[in-house]
Design a protein around this ligand. Structure first.
Ligand code: GRF
Length: 219
């Protein structure tokens, strides 16, 4: 089965959209600093210069970059090139989308096969896809009557929320839940799930066959 061999030492990048608070980014930075993840952050890329996630990165001494997709509204290839230039310059071996709400341009996805992860606040393949983000996800889960929700870390392909699943953690949905109380419970699970997925990747403990990602013993 094809193993996913990480570049060593693993240099990680994260991308965040808009004014994202960056709590998943914070969990990943802390896990790198504590040694739980065998890698370090090379760069954090935001779509806006006033993103709180950038402040988090700067406070941790991590280089930052801003690429506004609005500047490239009619030039997807140009947007891809701008991102690839930054990823190459920082010798990135793993890109983590952490509150990045757009579809990545195909040029970037193709350049990093099985090297881009995303986190989604539901148990994919349920409650994902274009337009399913933030509280909309949790509203839909509550309306559906499901008794469990959770989060999913997956590899990124060219569609929204559709690549092979790496880690999922389930949470309960309580009768009294509102979208924001469910979001808070799921977010706690997200931080654990993202750290686990990146840690497995960094230690060479992932292999992939078709859509199935296996957790192997690693290095
Ligand atoms: C998370 O809920 C994640 O699942 C989604 O965007 C949100 C980002 O939250 N993709 P944070 O900025 O990491 O706190």
């Amino acid at each position: 089965m094809p193993e996913i061999a990480p570049a060593t030492p693993l240099r990680i990048a994260a991308m965040v959209s808009g004014r994202g608070r960056g709590s998943n980014l914070g969990a990943l930075i802390a896990a790198c600093e504590s040694g739980e993840v065998a890698g370090s952050f090379a760069v954090v890329i935001a779509t806006r210069s006033d993103s709180p996630a950038l402040e988090r990165a700067k406070a941790a001494g991590i280089p930052t970059a801003v690429v506004s997709p609005r500047k490239y509204e009619t030039d997807e290839a140009g947007y891809a090139l701008a991102l690839l230039r930054i990823l190459n310059r920082h010798k990135v071996g793993l890109l983590c989308l952490a509150g990045y709400m757009r579809r990545l341009p195909p040029g970037v996805v193709a350049a990093y096969p099985n090297r881009i992860m995303n986190i989604h606040p539901a148990l994919l393949p349920l409650f994902g896809g274009q337009g399913m983000y933030g509280e909309k996800v949790h509203e839909a889960v509550i309306e559906s009557g499901m008794k469990v929700s959770g989060c999913t870390v997956h590899f990124v392909d060219e569609e929204y929320d559709s690549g092979p699943i790496i880690v999922q953690i389930a949470t309960t949905v309580e009768d009294t839940d509102t979208p924001s109380s469910l979001a808070a419970r799921v977010l706690t699970a997200e931080h654990r799930a993202y750290v686990e997925a990146v840690s497995l990747f960094a230690s060479g403990s992932l292999s992939i066959e078709g859509r199935r990602v296996r957790h192997t013993s690693g290095s």
